[in-house]
Design a protein around this ligand. Structure first.
Ligand code: URA
Length: 200
């Protein structure tokens, strides 16, 4: 993770960070993935969403949240009057783990400086953590997502900026547990209200 931190820290724009990640060979996931999945959406947006890791469709297209989870995410955004142009979207892990297995703690530690720098460069007003792995990696907590969700937390960037963060349920989980969709919708309404209050 020391090399990743050094590379990430040297990147002063998203384009430079993208390049640094593309040239980084320190994570084994890169060698089984087809593509680096860097981001989608609007880097000028006030809202940034961070998921876990690319799945099959994301790996093929090189874009986050374009498969079934992504379609549900689009509907969740639409439900509160947002869309992919009003958000910037990335993942904790930028390469697909083989067979969509959960990234190991080691892989997550190696990649963490990149997503932390990506958040810092986008500098969103509000962060949404999609699912437990994103929340645990970026909110300095070990609590489970069902306890975390719906409550504002703070993400602190490497340079010390505090960004309000809402942990919520991952769309892939909601596809398996549709009864919990109403919880995620509640969380997105909180996010919408926060954005409104910050936009004045
Ligand atoms: N799940 C994620 O966490 N991220 C994606 O990009 C797609 C599915």
């Amino acid at each position: 993770a020391a090399l990743a931190r050094e590379l990430a820290g040297k990147a002063s724009t998203l384009a430079e960070l993208h390049e640094a990640m593309a040239s980084f060979d320190g994570c084994n996931l890169k060698f089984t993935a087809k593509n680096l999945v860097f981001a989608d959406g609007n880097p000028e947006a006030d809202l940034m969403l961070v998921g876990e890791a690319p799945g099959r469709d994301e790996d093929l297209e090189g874009l986050p949240f374009v498969g079934r989870s992504g379609q549900l995410l689009n509907r969740m955004l639409a439900a509160v009057g947002l869309d992919r142009n009003s958000a910037y979207i990335a993942n904790v892990i930028p390469w697909r783990p083989p067979g969509n297995r959960t990234p190991t703690p080691h892989e997550t530690e190696i990649c963490r400086p990149f997503i932390e720098r990506q958040i810092e460069l986008v500098n969103p007003k509000v962060l949404v953590n999609l699912g437990g792995p994103s929340a645990k990696t970026l909110l300095n907590t070990t609590e489970g997502i069902l306890r975390l969700r719906g409550n504002w937390r703070v993400h602190t960037t490497p340079s010390g900026t505090a960004i309000p963060a809402m942990p919520t349920l991952h769309p892939a989980y909601l596809l398996r547990t549709p009864a919990h969709k109403r919880l995620a919708w509640r969380d997105f309404i909180e996010v919408k209200m926060k954005l409104r209050s910050l936009q004045g």
